[in-house]
Design a protein around this ligand. Sequence first.
Ligand SMILES: C[S@@+](CC[C@H](N)C(=O)[O-])C[C@H]1O[C@@H](n2cnc3c(N)ncnc32)[C@H](O)[C@@H]1O
Length: 231
Amino acid sequence: MKKIRFDVLTLFPNMFNNIINESIIGRAIDEGLVEINLVNIRDFTQDKHNRVDDYPYGGGAGMVMQAQPIYDAYKSVAKEDTTIPVIYLSPQGKQFTQGIAKDLALNDRLILLCGHYEGIDERILEEIVTDEISIGDYVLTGGELPAMVVIDTVSRLIPGVLAEDSTKEESFSDGLLEYPQYTRPEEFMGRKVPEVLLSGHHANIKKWREEESYKRTLKKRPELLNKRGEN
Ligand SMILES: C[S@@+](CC[C@H](N)C(=O)[O-])C[C@H]1O[C@@H](n2cnc3c(N)ncnc32)[C@H](O)[C@@H]1O
């Protein structure tokens, strides 16, 4: 059985409580398909006041996370294994996509490093980080929400986490957005479910969905059509 383990290096492990306890990811953890090991970087500080950050050399606003506690937190989970990808969630990273999520889901283990404050001492990034991932061109207060985005997106691609086939036709799976979805009732505030979906005619339904997928991609995200095949 394919499983994936995420070791999350963070100063704020409690932020992950919701993802661990709720819904699909919570169930995947209960079933042993996904493991999330939260490592509090502060537990590894050697500072007698438990500090994990300090002023930036050269001056400037904010605090920088120090290298030593992060390195020791990393060693506590990686041990001597240098083959585990270490992903630093960073606004400077490569933009996260469904294609990157699919590649990451091939791993058995991922180490996710969450920054906070002004960021992390560059030397630890050089020493341990293999990939930098951004969830978009905006700046958050910390890497915890981006780490949850990566965990959620990658976990649902692990076989058994979702019903078989549910990830095959969804948005981005073949470079298109998904077709419109409807459920009961057949009519809501005068708006009817498209006739073809009630017809039971599988070939026509498939054709309609393909056309709708194409049309809405053209309308909402036309640039995706040029990138088809990349994801
Ligand atoms: C306030 S940000 C630091 C930004 C940094 N001073 C800069 O300008 O590049 C603090 C932390 O939040 C995380 N973060 C912020 N925005 C992010 C994004 N768009 N994607 C991934 N991580 C992000 C990173 O872990 C970062 O170290």
